[in-house]
Structure formats: C-alpha cells, structure tokens
Design a binder for this molecule. Structure first.
Ligand code: SF4
Ligand code: SF4
Length: 204
C-alpha cells in the first residue's frame, strides 16, 4: 500500500494508491451476498448498452455479467437498505434517479457464494475499491473502510502540509534538495488530491 507520505515525498512522483490486491483483506467478507444483488451505476441501461457497443470494458461487464431488475421497486424487495442508501447518495450528487438501474448477478449461489470466483470481473475481486465505496450497511468491510478513509485523509493532509512548508522554505522557486520546481510539486500534489475532492479532500 503506498500510503506512507514520508516515502512518497522522497520521490518526484507522489503516489496515492489504493491498497494492492495481495493485501486486500478478502476474509472480512461475511458472504451476505447483498453487494452482488445491488449493483448499480449512474449510467442508464440504455447508455450502458451503447457504451458496450462502443467497446467500453466496464459497460461490457454490466451487460454480459449482470442482469437488470425490472424496476427499482423489485430491487428494493431484495436489498431494501442498500437501494435506499444508493438512491439517497445519488440524489445528493444530483443524479437523475429515474434513469438509475439496479442489477443483480445471476452467478451468486443459494449460499451467497460466487460461482464464477476464479473468473469474476475485477470490480468484484476488488470491492470495496476504497473507503468511500458504497457497500451495504453492515458489510464486513465497514471497519476496513473506516481505516482506509482515515489513512487517505492523513496522507492528503501530510501532502498539503509538506507543500506548505516547502513553499515557505524555498527561496528560488525550487524544492530544496530535489530536481523539481515548487510549481511542479504543487501541480503534482493537486493532481493526486483531485480524485478525492468528491469525498471532501479540500477540507482535510
Ligand atoms: S456486502 Fe460486504 S459482507 Fe456482504 S458479500 Fe458483499 S463484501 Fe461481503
Ligand atoms: S461474479 Fe461473483 S462476486 Fe461478482 S457479482 Fe457475481 S456472484 Fe458476486
């Protein structure tokens, strides 16, 4: 996991990576099966089909692997708390709820085990992707996600503090001891922080 700010700041490239697959604590899954029965995306089913026709790989997974519920109400019967959570979150992001489609995966067994485990899509093998992934309430990864959120906040805070200190120490517009200008460093750090803005990184 590249979450150690100290190590990263020794390099010209500053990485903020999600944990690597080999470190992923798969054992935390309680095999409740709800995440396999409440899959969604902010794209409509029609948009997904079009994206699939255009060769978009993630749309291909939705079209080929997952099956759409006939309506949100049908999905609500199976995974009510997750449907509620997802809809509330999408509303907050001003997503048009009318075009939201919930999907289920037909490859989940009666015991909530994946019958395609070895060849399951990457979105399955690495879920939750990060601390802010919207998992069903009570998911076994809740504690892990909390830990991930705190680590990301700490790292981003460290990057901001590092930039602040270096900006104030520099007398020639360059990062002391590194082949890098302050502007390059700032741009680098801003790019790393930007993907997390939707989770509030500007306030960390
Ligand atoms: S919702 Fe969480 S605990 Fe349940 S199957 Fe999915 S990952 Fe496992
Ligand atoms: S492929 Fe397996 S892990 Fe992925 S949604 Fe289907 S049952 Fe769940």
């Amino acid at each position: 996991m590249s979450l150690d700010a100290g190590d990263n700041l020794k390099q010209n490239e500053i990485d903020i990576d999600i944990p690597q697959a080999e470190e992923f604590p798969q054992y935390l899954c309680k095999t409740c099966g709800r995440c396999c029965k409440s899959i969604t995306t902010s794209y409509s089913y029609e948009e997904l089909k079009q994206m699939n026709d255009e060769g978009e790989p993630e749309a291909k997974v939705f079209i080929e692997f997952f099956k759409p519920y006939p309506s949100i109400e049908e999905a609500r019967k199976v995974v009510p708390e997750q449907v509620e959570q997802v809809l509330n979150t999408l509303k907050e992001r001003n997503v048009d709820i009318d075009k939201v489609t919930f999907f289920y995966c037909p490859y989940i067994s009666d015991k909530n085990l994946c019958s395609k485990y070895e060849t399951r899509p990457s979105c399955c093998s690495r879920a939750p992707r990060h601390g802010w992934s919207l998992m069903p309430p009570g998911c076994g990864f809740e504690g892990w996600q909390f830990e991930q959120r705190e680590k990301h906040k700490k790292l981003i805070r460290s990057l901001k503090e590092y930039l602040y200190v270096v900006e104030n120490l520099s007398q020639d517009g360059r990062v002391p001891g590194r082949d890098l200008t302050i502007d390059e460093l700032r741009k680098n750090i801003e790019e790393k922080i930007k993907p997390w803005e939707r989770f509030g990184s500007m306030f960390w």
